[in-house]
Design a protein around this ligand. Structure first.
Ligand SMILES: [Zn+2]
Length: 428
C-alpha cells in the first residue's frame, strides 16, 4: 500500500508536525519528515485528531432504509470525522439475536466507510420483559460488548439487575436510556415554564434522574459497569458525580444538541427540535458543558437519529423524536466547548475518540497519534466558519436543527486504517 505524508498538522491542537502513514499504520510523527514516495497532504495548520468514535448511532438498517442505511450512515460518519460507530439495536427486526447483529456487522465491513460495531438489545424485542441472548451476541462474529434498549428504558429493576450481572461475566456494559415510562406518558417536551405556557405534555427531569439514581446503585450492588445515554439535566450530572465519587463504575454521555440548544426553541413549534430526551433549559446546558469539561460526563455521543421528512414535517404532536448529528457533532463541540475555552483539542480527542473507544472496546480506535498505531485519523479545519446546509449531507435524512446556523470547523479528511474515506471534504 502507498504512503501518505500529512504535512504541517497540529496533532491534538499542538505545534505543527508531519505524520507519515505507511499502509494501515502511522510510521512516524515528527518535523521535516521525508515525502519520498509518499502522497502529500498539506495540512496547513489544521488540527489532526484520532478518528472519532460514536457510541450512539441509529443506522436504521434493517427495516427503516427509507431514513438511513449502513452505507449512508457510515458515509455520514466519515464526513463528520468518525472512523467507528456503534449501531443502536432498535431496528426492524430488533438486534436481539446473534443473527441480526452479525448482519449489521457484515454490512459495515462491506461498505467500509467506518467500522460498525453493533449494539445488542438488552431485552427481547425491546419489550423490557425477557433478557435477550446477550451471551450469544457477545460470542458471535460481531463480538457485542455494549447492550441497550435505547429508545426505551429498561425500567424493570430486576431485569436491569440481571442484565448487569450477565454482562459482568465478559466485561460488557449496559447502556441505559433513562426514562421512567409512567412519568413521561404523553410527554412532548421538557416539563417547565415553556411547556406550561405552550400547554404541551411535560417530560420532567426527575423521570431521567430517578432511573439514573437507581441504576448506579444497582451497578454498585452487583459490581458491574453501567453507561448512561444522553444525560440531559443538571440533576443527572449531580447523581453521576456522586456515583463516581463513591467509586461506582459508571460512565455517561451527552449529545451535541444538549450542549447547545434549549427548550425555548420549542416555541417555534418546529418539530426539528423534538427529541428524546427533550431539549432542557439554559441551566441544564451549562451544567452539561461543565460536566463534560471536568470529566463527570465521559463522552460526547451523537444519538444520530435520522427520520424521513414525512415523519418530521408534520405537526409537533405527531412528529417523530430525534435529530441527525454525525455530520455536525464536531462543529457543535467546537462551538460549545473549544471556542468557549472549556476543552482543548486534546480534550476533544479524549471525549470523542479515546473514551468512547474504551467504553465500547473498539479495538484500534481512540489510540494515540504516534508511530506504530493504526492510521485512524481525522483532519479538521478549525478556522472555517459556514452555514449548515443539509442538502450537502451524506445521510439519507435531513432532520438537523442547525439548518442555516453558522457553526465553526469543518472536517476535510478522514482515514480509516490508512485508507482515505474523506478527501478535501468529499467522500471517496
Ligand atoms: Zn435514547
Amino acid at each position: 500500500m502507498s504512503k501518505i505524508l500529512i504535512r504541517g498538522a497540529r496533532v491534538l491542537g499542538g505545534e505543527p508536525q508531519d505524520v507519515l502513514i505507511d499502509g494501515e499504520t502511522i510510521e512516524a510523527v515528527g518535523s521535516g519528515l521525508s515525502a519520498d514516495g509518499a502522497e502529500v497532504v498539506e495540512a496547513g495548520g489544521k488540527v489532526l485528531l484520532p478518528g472519532l468514535v460514536d457510541l450512539h448511532t441509529h443506522l436504521r438498517e434493517p427495516g427503516r432504509e427509507d431514513s438511513e442505511t449502513v452505507l449512508t450512515g457510515t458515509r455520514a460518519a466519515a464526513s463528520g470525522g468518525y472512523t467507528a460507530v456503534f449501531a443502536m439495536a432498535n431496528t426492524f427486526p430488533v438486534a436481539d439475536t446473534a443473527g441480526v447483529v452479525e448482519q449489521v456487522y457484515r454490512l459495515g465491513q462491506e461498505h467500509g466507510y467506518c467500522d460498525v460495531q453493533p449494539i445488542g438489545a438488552v431485552t427481547v424485542g425491546l419489550e423490557g420483559r425477557k433478557l435477550a441472548e446477550l451471551g450469544a451476541m457477545h460470542e458471535s462474529a460481531a463480538g457485542v460488548t455494549v447492550f441497550s434498549d435505547d429508545g426505551k428504558c429498561v425500567d424493570d429493576a430486576v431485569i436491569m439487575r440481571r442484565a448487569l450481572e450477565y454482562v459482568k461475566a465478559f466485561g460488557g456494559v449496559v447502556a441505559q436510556h433513562a426514562q421512567e415510562p409512567r412519568l413521561t406518558e404523553g410527554a412532548q417536551m421538557n416539563e417547565g415554564v415553556v411547556s406550561a405556557e405552550l400547554g404541551l405534555g411535560g417530560w420532567p427531569a426527575v423521570a431521567e434522574e430517578s432511573v439514573i439514581a437507581r441504576d448506579v446503585l444497582l451497578a454498585e450492588h452487583v459490581g458491574s459497569r453501567v453507561h448512561i445515554c444522553h444525560l440531559s439535566t443538571a440533576g443527572s450530572v449531580e447523581i453521576v458525580r456522586w456515583a463516581k465519587s463513591r467509586g461506582i463504575d459508571v460512565t455517561a454521555e451527552v449529545t451535541p444538541h444538549h450542549l447547545l440548544l434549549t427548550d425555548e426553541l420549542v416555541r417555534s413549534y418546529n418539530p426539528v427540535y423534538k427529541v428524546n430526551p427533550p431539549l432542557r433549559t439554559e441551566r441544564d446546558v451549562l451544567a452539561l458543558r461543565e460536566a463534560l469539561a471536568d470529566g463527570t460526563i465521559d463522552i460526547v455521543a451523537t444519538d444520530h437519529a435520522p427520520h424521513p421528512h414525512e415523519d418530521k414535517d408534520c405537526e409537533w404532536a405527531a412528529a417523530a423524536m430525534g435529530m441527525v448529528g454525525l455530520e455536525t457533532a464536531l462543529s457543535v463541540v467546537q462551538e460549545t466547548m473549544v471556542d468557549t475555552g472549556l476543552l482543548t483539542w486534546a480534550g476533544v480527542a479524549d471525549r470523542m475518540s479515546v473514551k468512547p473507544a474504551r467504553i465500547g472496546r473498539a479495538a484500534g480506535h481512540g489510540r494515540p497519534v504516534s508511530a506504530g498505531e493504526p492510521a485512524n485519523l481525522t483532519l479538521v479545519d478549525t478556522e472555517y466558519r459556514g452555514q449548515v446546509d443539509p442538502a450537502g449531507f451524506a445521510s439519507r435524512s435531513r432532520n438537523t436543527p442547525y439548518e442555516g446556523r453558522e457553526l465553526p470547523g469543518r472536517v476535510t479528511h478522514t482515514w480509516l486504517r490508512g485508507k482515505a474515506t474523506l478527501v478535501d471534504g468529499k467522500l471517496t
